[in-house]
Every structure is written in C-alpha cells, then in structure tokens.
Design a protein around this ligand. Sequence first.
Ligand code: PHE
Length: 364
Amino acid sequence: MNEAIPQLDSFDEAALEDAFATLTKEVHEAATTEDAETFRLHWLGRKQGRLKLVSEAWLKSAPPEARKPLGIRFNQLKQQIEQTLEAPATVKAVSQGIDITLPGTLRAPGVPHPLLKTMHEIVAVFHHLGYSTNLGPQVETDFYNFEALNFPPNHPARDTQDTLVIAKQQSRPARDRLLMRTHTSPVQIRTMIDQAPPIRIVIPGKVHRNDAADATHSPIFHQVEGLCVDTNITFSDLKGTLDHAMKALFGSGVKTRFFPSFFPFTEPSADVQISCIFCNGKGCRKCKHSGWIELLGCGMVDPAVFAAVDEQRTAQGHQPAYDPKKITGFAFGMGVERIAMIQHGISDIGHFYSGDMRFLEQFA
Ligand code: PHE
C-alpha cells in the first residue's frame, strides 16, 4: 500500500496499458482488504491519495500527444474506484467471507398493543361525537383524586378504591398529600377548574389500586373517562351517548341497560350493562347466565362537585362558572382491560402485561 508511483519511461499505448493494468489490480486488491473509509482515503485522499499521486507523476509530465489516452485511462480508473465505494459491500466484506447475497435480518414492524388499540377505539368513538382528549398526572393529590370528587376525608366511600399512597406525606395538609390516582376522574376536576362550560372531553390513562393481581384484576390498569357539561344536559343525553358508544364498540345489535348504583361524585349514578355478546342475551358462562355484562359506571355530575370546582376557580382568580341551577352534566368511566377482554374473548388480564409474543402477535 502507498508505494511510490513508478516513473513512466515511455508514454506509448503499450506502456500505458501496462501501467494502468497494474493500478486496476491494485484497486481490486485494496477493495477486498480495506474497509470503506480506509479505501476511500487510500485512493481519493486529497493530499496522499493514489489518484492524486498518479495525476502528479504522470499527467503533468506526459508529452502533449499522450495526454488524451492517458486522460481516458485515468478517468476509467477513477470510475472503478468510485463504483467500488458506492457498492460498499464489495469492500472488505468479500474478504471477510460475508455472503452479501443472503437476506438481511428480518425485523417485524411494531404494532399497537391490544390495550392501546382498544383505548384508541373508545376515544375515537367520542371524538366523532365532538369530544376532545385531556390527560392528567398519575401521581395526584388527595384533593383532586378524592376531596373535590365528594369523597370527604375518612369517608367510607374511600374504601371502594384501595389506594397506593406516596410515603412521607404526613407533614402536609391532608388535601395536598400525594397518591397514585385510583381513577381518571381527578382529570374531570382539573379540566373544569381550567375551563368554563361547555365541556366535552374524554380522558384515557393509567390508574393504580392496591388490588391483588388475579385473572381480572391488576394493580395498574387503564380507564377512559368522559365528561360532558353544558346547559340542559339530562340523563337521557347520558343514556343516548353511552348506548351509541356501546353499539359503536360491540356492534349495532347490543342492547344497554342502566342499573342504579352509587358514586360520590355523581347523583343519580348508574352501572351500565350490555346484552351478552357471546350468547346474545340468552345466558351463558361468560355472563354468569344472566344475559348481561356489566361494563361501566356513570351518572349526573353531583352539585357538590360543581361547588368544589367553583371554590377552587375562585381561589385561583377565575370566575365561578358552574352554578348547578344553570349547569348540568354527566360523567362516565370504563375499564379498558375489561372492554378489550370482552372484545377478544381473553380470560386472563395478565396476558396484556406478560410481553409474550405468542399472545401479542395475534393482534398484529
Ligand atoms: N371513577 C369511577 C371508578 O373508577 C368510575 C366513574 C367515572 C363513575 C365517572 C361515574 C362517573 O370506579
């Protein structure tokens, strides 16, 4: 490598032919032993590159009649070098015994996780109804997760959501203590403090509860919350909206029914059931022979929630905007895992979190 360029004694055809044949061979050998960058520097380097040296040694001293045949051969050599560089696999790889004709490593393109897919589907149904999306933090204060939602401190309603609290918060006022949000409902409060009515939002996200994992429970799971607040919002708007959403998600054949229930932040409250999609309501093992599957909680926003929101708006220098004599609304919340399990007939929630490709590939 980098030997001096030999002097040319003669510039006739035969001498040129000979000289360039030697160089061509040299290029070929270099291509099989050098990596692309070394090869490039070796041949095309601005100061010490072989091509530059050849041009200095031969082109400059050539008699006028030899310039043309020399120039042609010089350009052919240059082309050979450039082509070798453009197909870098021919450089070095060949010498390492790598078979460049073998297919490359196959990487499967990523696809959305089944839970995300279902979450997006739910959100899309409400986007089509004019709702927008809001998000909130997973580490919440007691105020947003409970107090503003009409769960007073020490009230037994808090027992329905076994809460993971952040350590070392005892020195703070109760309402400022941090916890992992147990539901997406605190984002209702955050939204209403920021925004006057009308409101139509969906809130997808992760929630945390101190529940033991089993086939239907996981300490971390996902919800999609909804909130609609305006003048003249009634329980029939709630029923119509959720009936439409369930038909959009599970097929136009499903029926819905509303059962009285209780949540501290809605009054009246209801649990929504859909006719069993496995047996069309006839009764089977999946619906425990009732013909119905319970899917979500909902209700009309409790005036106590509006009062807490307006109190906070005032404290933050906003106008109060949620006078329960003028403003009404409904809210609902559903579990994404539960809906995905019913959609796909999955019997163990743990599959979603296991990362087992045999499970996940079925949703690709
Ligand atoms: N936040 C409630 C829960 O997690 C669900 C819900 C949301 C109920 C909105 C009514 C209205 O259990």
